[in-house]
Design a protein around this ligand. Sequence first.
Ligand SMILES: NC(=O)c1ccc[n+]([C@@H]2O[C@H](COP(=O)([O-])OP(=O)(O)OC[C@H]3O[C@@H](n4cnc5c(N)ncnc54)[C@H](OP(=O)(O)O)[C@@H]3O)[C@@H](O)[C@H]2O)c1
Length: 200
Amino acid sequence: MSYAIVGFGKIGQALAHAFARNNINVTVASRRPPEALAPQARAVGPTVVAKSLRDALEADTIILAIPFGEHREVAKSLPSWKGKTVIDATNSFPLPPEELGGLPSSTFIAKSFTGAKVVKGFNHLGAATLASDPVVEGGHRVIFLSSDDEDAIAPVAELAKRLGFAPVTLGKLNEGGLLVHARGRVWGPLIFQDLFKKQQ
Ligand SMILES: NC(=O)c1ccc[n+]([C@@H]2O[C@H](COP(=O)([O-])OP(=O)(O)OC[C@H]3O[C@@H](n4cnc5c(N)ncnc54)[C@H](OP(=O)(O)O)[C@@H]3O)[C@@H](O)[C@H]2O)c1
């Protein structure tokens, strides 16, 4: 398996830290040239290598860590996404669900990545938490995964485990996956509803 993170902002860097911590090679890319990202990539760790977007997209598993509205731009970079797994770490924040035609945001995104297997994941933690060691007091921080391609989840769950997380599979995007989709200004409202109620 080869991995790339597209988007090297808060979430891209947080994920890069997880790859570096576990000595797993990953390429990182954004709209900026690799030379501009290289010092930051090197600072994260030796397994993190900045490449051009085109070169990074040669990886077979690509994590989207870009603003939701940019997904079409990235999708256009390849004529076909057949054979690729796209891990969608974006949230459609602050777009209301009506602007996505009522679709779960990853289903909306999947329409642009023709042929790819799209797995929703790594989207529910804030960047600082995602960047920190997920092994906490002997437990493993949870990552939720959902996809309409059942066979795509297992390799992503394996990656999540290698990164130190405990993957929890929620099923299809429009079923359990809806629990962690953004709605307006919040994400994961259903999975966290008890927590939200307690805070109110
Ligand atoms: N921040 C959080 O705590 C958090 C938590 C959960 C989920 N998320 C989600 O994660 C995604 C990223 O958020 P973020 O906070 O990391 O944003 P961010 O800090 O603004 O980083 C966005 C990154 O995407 C790159 N980018 C933008 N358009 C691009 C394009 N067309 N092609 C390639 N790269 C592009 C930007 O770099 P260039 O300008 O160099 O292209 C930048 O590196 C969002 O969808 C957000 O909703 C964020």
